[in-house]
Write a protein that binds this ligand. Structure first.
Ligand SMILES: C[S@@+](CC[C@H](N)C(=O)[O-])C[C@H]1O[C@@H](n2cnc3c(N)ncnc32)[C@H](O)[C@@H]1O
Length: 440
């Protein structure tokens, strides 16, 4: 894959490639008798994935890349930057308000509703609703099928059909967006600090000195509400199944079937969505999800009855030595990227030297995380997921997304006996699955 030089990008060539890629996608969906993408509320939620859809996914990535450039050329440089600075933040704030006040769910999934009737169902006035909707509709989030009435499009239906998108919006736009807007302030205040507490998040939320993201999540709220942010975060993580983070990629990235009957520890496994999907696919596995105690209620709500005998929850702080001794694999998905090197080293060492002594020979650590790609080696939409994750980690924890050589160096720093034997990035995945073997 090569990056095109700016001088080679023009309106006519973009329009041609968009037309060709759109035709490829349409034809493949027709051949497979699958529905076409649409903004109509009843449309499909996402494109089909898997290795057999590689050609469709490639065309889709090209189409997105070209469409973004087309928008920029159509706007022109001055207007594009001006509009970005002016309008884009409000695209996000309307989504945040819709999620916070239950607007997505309050609009009927078929037919429409008047602004007056909607206001009667919600803690928002008719005037507030009209203003929020008016802006959202410019980006096809809801539409007005007749005057003074609002109805769903496929975009506004997404959080209704996939409930975890609500907590995903609340976390990203309610909690992280105020912090992102303070990144420049954090740079001015802390320079290039690697301390997890000297971050934009702390400035935005006025966090107590020395307290970081997960302390805040655990402790915010009073009485039964205490820890509500940790629970919301766990629900938000469930929506990380799609957009390059599909849960199937963890299953595809390592030969779980070869383990036979085995115990797998899902370290920092949140509400267990990855363990549940592995348990469904690999019936010989037993999985233990370890996370902060505040997350257990979210786990209880998610784990299906028929998997309860094979997927369990254990409250465990990974800053302390590992209590499980019989595991064949420790899985860490989207955990190490949350921490700067010094702390990531400590988390991994706590696995190697646990409460019961040193890890057995041949035990594996499977890491599913971004490996920062070399520039121009992955499609732009996938690259944007890695750069987004990198900035998000910087903003909230002074952590980072690592390049392959950074990962190799990290394992070496932890223990010379750790051998990263495979780096595998499933087709369409933004994450790479890294298999690390402990050899005594
Ligand atoms: C980014 S999430 C990843 C969740 C999950 N592995 C996934 O792939 O969706 C990081 C997880 O680490 C957990 N965590 C943070 N600090 C922890 C600690 N000290 N001990 C155990 N878990 C912790 C958080 O509660 C959260 O569930």
């Amino acid at each position: 894959m090569t990056t095109r030089a700016p001088k080679d990008i023009d309106l006519a060539s973009l329009a041609d490639s968009i037309s060709a890629d759109a035709k490829t996608i349409t034809d493949i969906l027709n051949q497979e008798k699958l529905p076409q993408p649409t903004l109509s509320a009843c449309g499909p939620m996402k494109y089909p994935g898997g290795p057999e859809m590689a050609r469709l996914q490639e065309a889709r990535m090209n189409l997105l890349t070209s469409a973004w450039a087309l928008e920029q050329l159509a706007a022109g440089p001055q207007d594009y930057i001006y509009w970005q600075a002016y309008s884009a933040k409000h695209d996000l704030t309307v989504l945040n308000a819709f999620a916070r006040f239950g607007v997505f769910e309050a609009v009927p999934t078929s037919g429409d509703i008047s602004y007056v009737d909607l206001a009667a169902k919600l803690p928002l006035t008719e005037r507030q609703l009209r203003r929020l909707f008016r802006h959202a509709m410019t980006k096809n989030v809801f539409y007005e099928p007749r005057p003074d009435h609002v109805a769903h499009t496929s975009l506004s239906m997404a959080p209704v059909k996939k409930r975890s998108l609500g907590p995903w919006i609340n976390h990203n736009l309610g909690e992280i967006l105020p912090a992102s807007s303070r990144l420049a302030d954090a740079i001015e205040k802390y320079g290039d600090s690697q301390e997890p507490n000297e971050v934009a998040l702390g400035i935005a939320w006025n966090l107590e000195k020395g307290k970081g993201l997960f302390d805040w999540f655990k402790n915010d709220g009073e009485g039964s509400r205490k820890g509500w942010r940790a629970r919301q975060f766990a629900e938000a993580m469930e929506s990380m199944d799609g957009g390059g983070h599909d849960v199937q990629f963890v299953a595809e990235g390592f030969d779980w079937g070869s383990l036979g009957e085995a115990i797998v520890i899902d370290v920092g496994g949140s509400s267990g969505h990855i363990s549940i999907s592995l348990a469904e696919k690999f019936p010989a596995l037993r999985l233990v999800v370890q996370d902060l105690p505040e997350v257990e209620t979210a786990f209880d709500a998610l784990v299906p009855d028929d998997l309860k005998s094979r997927v369990s929850f254990q409250a465990h702080n990974f800053m302390e030595p590992q209590p499980q001794e019989d595991a064949k694999v420790f899985l860490l998905r989207h955990v190490l990227h949350d921490w700067p090197d010094g702390i990531a080293v400590q988390i991994l060492r706590n696995l190697i030297t646990g409460e019961h002594g040193v890890m057995k020979d041949g035990t594996r650590i499977v890491v599913a995380d971004n490996v920062m790609p070399l520039k121009g080696t992955v499609p732009t939409p996938i690259e944007r997921l890695t750069t987004t994750a990198d900035l998000q980690m910087w903003t909230v924890l002074n952590a980072l997304e690592r390049r392959k050589e950074d990962w190799i160096e990290l394992f070496k720093q932890v223990d010379e006996r750790l051998d990263p034997v495979a780096f595998f990035q499933p087709e369409g995945s933004s994450d790479t699955v890294i298999e690390v073997v402990f050899c005594k």
